[in-house]
Ligand binder design. Structure first.
Ligand SMILES: Nc1ncnc2c1ncn2[C@@H]1O[C@H](COP(=O)(O)OP(=O)(O)O)[C@@H](O)[C@H]1O
Ligand SMILES: [Mg+2]
Length: 238
């Protein structure tokens, strides 16, 4: 059994007085790749935002690396080693690739740690090294997604939450992003990702969850969900 790294337990909450999550529980063990699937509006992004502190749950708990982080500010959550890449490839278009990566390290003060993290990001994404002096706004969508992930790596996080990394990309870049996620898996990164490319994401995952209407609906090994007739019918268009 892998060591429990993140436990989100029975999260209830949403935006203002409107509850979107009605008791969502998600766990990630160190070294695991965990996939979250579910229809549009199921609350997947809301769950991630609640875990990393952009939204405060009405009830439920988030424990990360043995420490309670429920309702903690996002920058403090990040400092504890939990990074988050929101939906939509949010890079700073007027800044260079290198400047974007350096921004990712804003919580890190030691230069040696920043250099090591930068080298690791470039190792995973050589294209970012090639384009390091180029403005991020001139990159393709797929390259911007790699930059968004690379930026999250700059704090050397213990866990990265990725919200829809392949959304809106051309098929070629969807394949490239999934190849990179597989490479991250082999390199020992711990990831939890939301994906609408459910079949590919389940194939990649050690474990997976399906959410529906703000609740857990299915959970199990990625391959088990992939083979489940009900999951196939509901989420895999089979
Ligand atoms: N900023 C917001 N303010 C109010 N409601 C929101 C906001 N963002 C999302 N919602 C609502 O929360 C529900 C769940 O959204 P979301 O978590 O983004 O779903 P998913 O990521 O699973 O597609 C949707 O009904 C959506 O309209
Ligand atoms: Mg979403």
């Amino acid at each position: 059994m892998s060591r429990e790294l993140l436990t989100a337990y029975e999260l209830v909450g949403g935006y203002g007085t409107i509850d979107i999550l009605h008791g969502v529980s998600l766990n990630v063990g160190a070294g695991e790749i965990v996939t979250v699937i579910g229809p549009n509006g199921a609350g997947k992004s809301t769950a991630f935002k609640t875990i990393v502190g952009f939204l405060r749950p009405k009830s439920g708990r988030v424990v990360f690396n043995g420490e309670e982080i429920t309702g903690m500010r996002p920058d403090l959550v990040l400092r504890r080693g939990l990074a988050y890449v929101p939906q939509g490839r949010l890079v700073f278009p007027q800044m260079t690739v290198l400047e974007n990566l350096e921004m990712g390290a804003y919580t890190v003060t030691e230069q040696a740690r920043i250099r090591t993290a930068l080298a690791r990001a470039y190792e995973l994404f050589p294209i970012l090294f090639e384009r390091r002096r180029q403005k991020a706004g001139t990159l393709s969508g797929g390259e911007q997604q790699m930059l968004a992930i690379g930026r999250a790596l700059m704090t050397a996080p213990r866990l990265i939450l990725l919200d829809e990394p392949s959304l809106g990309l051309s098929p070629k870049f969807v394949t490239l992003i999934f190849d990179k996620l597989a490479e991250m898996r082999r390199a020992g990164y711990t990831l939890m990702l939301v994906e609408q490319n459910a079949a590919r994401a389940l194939a990649l995952a050690d474990r997976a969850y399906a959410l529906e209407l703000g609740r857990n609906r299915f959970e199990g090994p990625g391959t088990a969900l992939l083979a489940d007739p009900e999951v196939k019918r509901l989420y895999l268009g089979a």
